[in-house]
Design a protein around this ligand. Sequence first.
Ligand code: SAH
Length: 330
Amino acid sequence: PEHGYYASTNPVGKKGDFITAPEISQMFGELIAVWCMQTWQNIASPNPVQIAELGPGRGTLMHDFLRAAKSNPQFSKAIKIKLIETSPSLTKEQKTTLAADADNIDWLTTIDQLNPLPTIFIANEFLDALPFRQFVKTKGSWLEHCIGIDENNELSFVLSPTGIDLQRLPPGHETQPEGTIFETAPPREAITANIATHIKTHGGATLFIDYGHKTSAFGNTFQAVQSHKTISPLTNPGQSDLTSHVDFQAIINAAKQNGVHADKLATQMDFLLALGILERAGHLGREKTPRQQAQIQTDVERLVSPDQMGTLFKVLCLIEPGRETAPSGG
Ligand code: SAH
């Protein structure tokens, strides 16, 4: 609670450890608002509706969302903003960024504190920040990869005798070579189940955006990033951002098991193009200087191009049974 990474650092932004899509361009939060407005209409425009953002970082996405939402006065009047955040320092930053809209925003620390109302959940780079576990194929069994102290009193990777239920492994584990790693993230699945239950019971939808893979697979995606550079996870513990890629198949299973519909997984590229990022960029660039226009183009490329964020990042939309989300490119 005191020394943890999110509790004690300012992770997001140029001066932090990593940059996220809302920090690249205002268009990201604006287009998410467009998706939410259309999805809200598709679920019969409930009033009130909660917009719950999980892990809102610096509050930038919500700032751009609220400005864009003003284009639809009915939607703007219906929304109750709930920001779900555990980090005290980021909560403080969100309060500064969103000071003008503070009357309509509540800060919560868990989704259990939401009201029993229709809710549209938004989560950008939230799932990857939740804890995960690794198992390593060792002499035919799969043992948990843990961090311990070696004979020189340094942090090192060690194996625990704890194994994994073989039924949780993807097909073909028998033929994987020694040392192969498999990752699971029970807290990500648990929170998805919780969100799905909320949507099933009270109505609503979810937009998850994160880096990850479509199908459960073997491989080591554990990554530590500090000051925009990848470092060993054992260097500077508590001061680097630790993540792994999201296994969207596991997320989709957790959602479906709890009674909601999951759209086909889309790439961030398809999602932003479907929502009209090119038209929005053209509009934003009107009457701007050539330099500003070039910056807008660079930002669009960073968000959608396949060699940048466009295809590594995926978009998963969940919706209450019997309804459809706004087009998501999936
Ligand atoms: N969505 C933001 C920030 C992503 S970083 C953006 O796109 O810029 C991850 C965010 O999740 C941070 O705000 C972090 O404090 C928050 N977070 C991490 N674990 C959390 C948890 N268990 N519950 C709520 N928020 C959490």
